[in-house]
Design a protein around this ligand. Structure first.
Ligand code: SAM
Length: 220
């Protein structure tokens, strides 16, 4: 049986063996905490996972919705991509820029604004990305996804984090309603998608299992 303590051991061992210590990333988290940002960035293993995904699609340009302190942005930069990240909170944006500068990430662009204002603007500018990472307001994931499809090249990928948590927030109704994330993505003929449930005890320092999942789509 996979108990919470065994799962914790698996996760910490995998983190040590597959990712290892990283002073720069640790400094980003420490500086974000010092500035009072909430500890809700992705985990190191999740960062590695996203970085590998960026490599798999040969991502040169990555768009991120939800910057926080620029932690996930650094993982994309490590895959060799130029990151454009959207953040609604000016304090988060400032800390992210500070962290990215300290990490030596060149060329990252943090756009201040509400994602639903910025995404149409990027589309109007003709911007195209290889990978879009959606990690902001749960209630608007399906709207972000719709813009992400327009902003992603054919064969590029869209990754929506917290897809399970956002759908179960309103109980059964939230899962089964026609406007749910999977219902909308399922009707979208521009993409092929899967939802992958996940479980972690390391995520957001929770004591017990945190059940969640991500939605991954490829633009056809
Ligand atoms: N991707 C980050 C990481 O792993 O390092 C974590 C992002 S955090 C979970 C979500 C961020 O989205 C917060 O910084 C929040 O201020 C931002 N956000 C929330 N609603 C937003 C919106 N409507 N437009 C842009 N950013 C938003």
């Amino acid at each position: 049986t996979v108990t919470p303590s065994l799962l914790s051991l698996v996760e910490s061992t995998a983190e040590t063996r597959l990712v290892g210590d990283d002073a720069q990333l640790a400094a980003t988290l420490a500086n974000s905490a010092r500035h009072g940002l909430p500890p809700i960035s992705i985990t190191p293993l999740h960062g590695q996972h996203l970085s590998l995904l960026a490599q798999l699609v040969s991502a040169r340009a990555v768009l991120e919705v939800g910057t926080l302190g620029g932690y996930s942005a650094q993982w994309f930069a490590r895959a060799g991509a130029r990151v454009t990240s959207i953040e609604v909170d000016a304090r988060h944006r400032d800390v992210a820029l500070e962290n990215l500068r300290a990490a030596g990430v060149d060329g990252a662009e943090v756009v201040l604004g509400d994602a639903l204002d910025v995404l149409p603007r990027l589309a109007a500018e003709g911007r195209v990305f290889d990978l879009v990472f959606v990690d902001a307001d749960w209630g608007l994931q399906a709207d972000y996804f719709d813009w992400a499809v327009r902003l992603t090249r054919r064969g590029g990928a869209i990754y929506v984090d917290n897809a399970v948590q956002s759908m179960v927030e309103d109980g059964e109704d939230g899962v089964t309603r026609e406007g749910s994330l999977v219902a909308r993505v399922g009707r979208d003929e521009r993409v092929r998608a899967a939802l992958v449930p996940t479980v972690s005890v390391r995520k957001w320092d929770c004591e017990s299992e945190f059940v969640d999942g991500f939605l991954l789509a490829v633009v056809l």
